[in-house]
Design a protein around this ligand. Sequence first.
Ligand SMILES: [Zn+2]
Length: 195
Amino acid sequence: MIIKNKKMTSKMTTIMIATIAISAFSLIGSEAYATNSYSWKWADVSQDYFCTSSLTTITKTSHVSPCSNLTTSSNVWEGISGSTWSLTETASSGTPVYAWTSGVSGAGLTVITINNGVPIGAYIAMNKNLSWEDSAQDTSTNGYDWRSATGHEFGHLANMKHSTNTISVMYGSIAENQVRRSPDTHDDSMMAANY
Ligand SMILES: [Zn+2]
């Protein structure tokens, strides 16, 4: 885990960065290493996603480019040994990534719609009211690392559950200023097992 100790204060909060909801059921909490994926899988290992205009309304520092940063955060899941998973940003097809407007806690949410055991659609929503930043560059402010949190949600899109390893991208909560952008060995093994 990368923590900017100089910014650690008692005011820092840790929040869940994602839950995944399947067919209207929310699955929240820690899961054992041995059961890292859900029963469903995408039929196609090449998934499309697109950034909606609402994502530009998030609360952010100037170092965050909400849409273009998605490319960076999705790319971390490609090229993992043993996996052929890929994500392609498109203009308007595939999984939409947009901003939560109100009424939802947490940093991000990935929802997969399942029909007869088969995923038929998905969306990713990010909390627009948190203070988002590029924690590697925004060293003088407190905020949540946009690339870490969006990368985590793309992991859920790839059927990954939460890791109990605190350095994993798929660890289930994140504190302000924490950077967990690069998959660790546990993330890698989950992805290789899935796709
Ligand atoms: Zn999550």
